[in-house]
Design a protein around this ligand. Structure first.
Ligand code: UD1
Length: 368
């Protein structure tokens, strides 16, 4: 390698941005050592799912925006691969870093493997063991193709070892999303979102839902929305709604003409508003991955509308309860928390705000 190593970070969808922001920031603090380039695939393109996060996380504008947009999995992944291949052939980086488990992560990993570029995966080793989740396929392929695997929790280390990944490739660096949370919690506390939505601290449920398994089938989605409407008669529910879910609610005619005064459906919120909404809530109800982790750090009881989780620590030591899409289980979990349960939990090891520094230290050793 001659001169400074050129490092490309590839992001594409909402949950990538809070994982990439702290690492981008750390690398850019060392401009004499690293040449850092940011590529946004454009998988998420709505203002509230993308630009708002760049603004609030203080991320620089991407050096390159591929504008791939939505489509079927094959279509979206293939478009990212075609556009990214051109960029990476032009840039010839020394290392490409990918994050999490979205289609942009998978596409970038395959392109790097074919171009014989070194690849690092931040958030390696997580497994739900549910191959019907598109993210599980993305994780398995990305880890298989990566040269440096940065793991967030013990379960990830065990999974990688069981899959035969050599120990020399694996580094336990902790949870980088928590770096963003720690960096922005003070600013989030200043958010006026509770006043805006007329919510009282510790007296509402903050909800998100967008997984295909929950929202793409009309019977499942109707059942879940009815369950949430019932809960909203006991405690207010605020639901910033992902565009995929909003589209399905409309398409299936769910909620048509039915009024539920306790249930507020909102546009997706920005990072700071949603952090505040979580931090002040009584309960979080979700099918997201990252929110299971953020609530564990914040000590807020989280009810997860999935039967499996790749984030084992959130259940083992954190505040997370898995209820699937079963209304009885969800309702019982809500009641248990309203009666005072669900707050027992501790913060997993290395979820401390210093993960990006640990990763940069390893990159220094490997690349300089
Ligand atoms: C993606 C990730 C998922 C992550 C989620 C967070 C994959 C396989 N899934 O799911 O892991 O938890 O992001 O948000 O990568 N859409 C818009 N505007 C946008 C983006 C999407 O309207 O800016 C709509 C489109 O109709 C699109 C649908 O949402 O077809 C799904 O978007 P897509 O990026 O394919 O997956 P998500 O469900 O967002």
């Amino acid at each position: 390698m001659t001169g400074k190593p050129k490092i490309v970070l590839v992001v594409g969808a909402r949950p990538n941005f809070m994982k990439a922001a702290p690492l981008m920031d750390r690398l850019q603090q060392e401009p004499d050592r690293f040449d850092t380039i940011l590529i946004h695939t454009g998988q998420h393109y709505d203002h509230n799912l993308s630009q708002l996060f760049f603004d609030q996380l203080g991320m620089p504008e991407p050096d390159s925006y591929l504008g791939v947009g939505s489509g079927t999995h094959a279509h979206q992944t293939a478009r990212i691969m075609v556009e990214l291949e051109k960029e990476l052939m032009r840039l010839k980086p020394d290392l490409v870093i990918v994050f999490g488990d979205v289609n942009s992560t998978l596409a970038a990993s395959v392109v790097c493997a074919k171009l014989c570029l070194k690849l690092a995966h931040v958030e390696a080793g997580l497994r739900s063991f549910d191959n019907t989740m598109p993210e599980e396929i993305n994780r398995i392929v990305t880890d298989r193709l990566s040269d440096y695997l940065f793991a967030t929790e013990d379960a990830g280390l065990v999974n990688l070892r069981n899959e035969g990944v050599p120990d020399r490739k694996v580094f336990f660096t902790g949870n980088i999303m928590i770096d963003s949370l720690v960096n922005h919690l003070k600013a989030a506390r200043e958010s006026r979102i509770l006043e805006k939505l007329s919510l009282e601290p510790r007296n509402y449920v903050a909800m998100t839902m967008h997984r295909p398994a929950n929202v793409d089938d009309s019977e499942t989605l109707s059942r879940l929305i009815k369950c949430v409407a019932d809960i909203s008669e006991r405690i207010p529910v605020v639901f910033p709604c992902h565009p995929r879910t909003a589209k399905r609610i409309k398409e299936f005619g769910i909620l048509d003409g039915n009024s539920h005064p306790g249930l507020t459906i909102e546009q997706p919120l920005g990072y700071l508003d949603f952090l505040k909404l979580q931090a002040e809530s009584k309960i979080v109800l979700t099918d997201s991955g990252g929110i299971q982790e953020e609530t564990t750090y914040l000590g807020i009881p989280c009810i997860t509308m999935r039967t499996t989780t790749e984030l084992v620590a959130t259940v083992e030591v954190g505040t997370n309860t898995l209820c699937g899409s079963d209304p009885q289980k969800i309702s019982a979990a809500v009641d248990r928390i309203l009666e005072g349960g669900g707050t027992e939990g501790r913060i997993p090891d290395l979820w401390d705000g210093n993960t990006s520094s640990r990763i940069v230290e390893i990159l220094r050793q490997k690349l300089l």
